[in-house]
Design a protein around this ligand. Structure first.
Ligand SMILES: NC(=O)c1ccc[n+]([C@@H]2O[C@H](COP(=O)([O-])OP(=O)(O)OC[C@H]3O[C@@H](n4cnc5c(N)ncnc54)[C@H](O)[C@@H]3O)[C@@H](O)[C@H]2O)c1
Length: 270
């Protein structure tokens, strides 16, 4: 159902690790809608993942960048404009990592060096992306920059630990930078708060299957898949959403507005 929504638009897609990644699905959709882009990921992820396969499929160049490194980001934005032949119209920040979660640390036993790493990779990197793009004047007017968030920014989930603070900060950066970038350059900045999704980052959280099933039962439309999220990203990159900025956009099948559902009542009735 391609409609050429992104014809002539150029961008950067961060975070395609494997075919389950939200960024991977988004790259395919953006391509289908006529957009061109560079792909990027942390140098270490290049070795683990299969990004080159995606690059081939999308006719995209891969430019490695650790999203916590200003130097890498400067190189990435400069090279992307060079390769794509002009300023950019969209950026997807699809990055998340918590060493504390990865190592199974409980919220009452955080390693603070790792906590800072979580914040740096999963939240501050978004500010670095925005600041780098502004300093290089890399975005066209009405361009759209998106990062992916999760409802643990607003509500407590026991096993999401330090990622909850990272997501709260990520959403805050979208508001603050969105105000600045909108005023100065008419660039839009938003976060999309996505349903639990079966990806490497998602399933790395203990208890994932349970809160995936719970969210499924709490959402009148069911959980949004990675592909649904990719479609939403396309809509947010398109000219049909020109006046949307500084928002945290719930993309969760109705989960965030549900108190309880009949399905859960039936399930919990004795
Ligand atoms: N999967 C879910 O349930 C879910 C729900 C809501 C939001 N999200 C968010 O969606 C985004 C994408 O995650 P995903 O679910 O597609 O999982 P994923 O594991 O496929 O993607 C995470 C990506 O972050 C990249 N990354 C980690 N450290 C990096 C660094 N230093 N520099 C650059 N890239 C780095 C990884 O290499 C990987 O490609 C994340 O922000 C995640 O928190 C996921």
């Amino acid at each position: 159902m391609a409609n050429n929504l992104l014809k002539g638009k150029r961008g950067i897609i961060f975070g395609a690790l494997d075919e389950n990644s939200i960024a991977w699905k988004t790259a395919l959709k953006v391509k289908e809608e006529g957009g061109s882009f560079t792909l990027t990921n942390a140098p270490i992820a290049m070795r683990l993942g299969t990004i080159n396969q995606l690059a081939k499929e999308c006719n995209a160049e891969v430019i490695p960048a650790d999203a916590t490194s200003e130097q890498d980001l400067t190189n990435l934005f400069s090279k992307s404009m060079e390769v794509l032949g002009g300023k950019l119209d969209f950026v997807l920040h699809s990055i998340g990592m918590s060493p504390n979660i990865r190592k199974g640390k409980e919220y009452g036993d955080m390693n603070y060096d790792w906590y800072l790493k979580t914040i740096d990779i999963s939240a501050l990197s978004f500010h670095k992306v925005l600041q780098t793009s502004e300093k290089l004047d890399a975005m066209n007017e009405w361009g759209s920059i998106i990062a992916l968030s999760y409802i643990a920014a607003q509500r407590a989930y026991p096993d999401y630990t330090d990622m909850a603070q990272a997501k709260a900060m990520l959403e805050s950066i979208a508001r603050s930078y969105g105000q600045r970038y909108g005023t100065k350059k008419k660039v839009r900045v938003n976060t999309i708060s996505q349903s639990p999704t079966k990806t490497t980052a998602g399933t790395g959280i203990s208890g994932f299957d349970v809160f995936f099933d719970f969210a499924q039962m709490m959402s009148p439309l069911g959980n949004a898949t990675a592909e649904d999220c990719a479609n939403y990203c396309v809509a947010m990159f398109s000219d049909y959403t020109r006046m949307v900025t500084m928002q945290n956009l719930m993309h969760d099948g109705g989960f965030s507005s549900s108190g309880i559902t009949n399905e859960l009542i039936e399930r919990l009735s004795k």
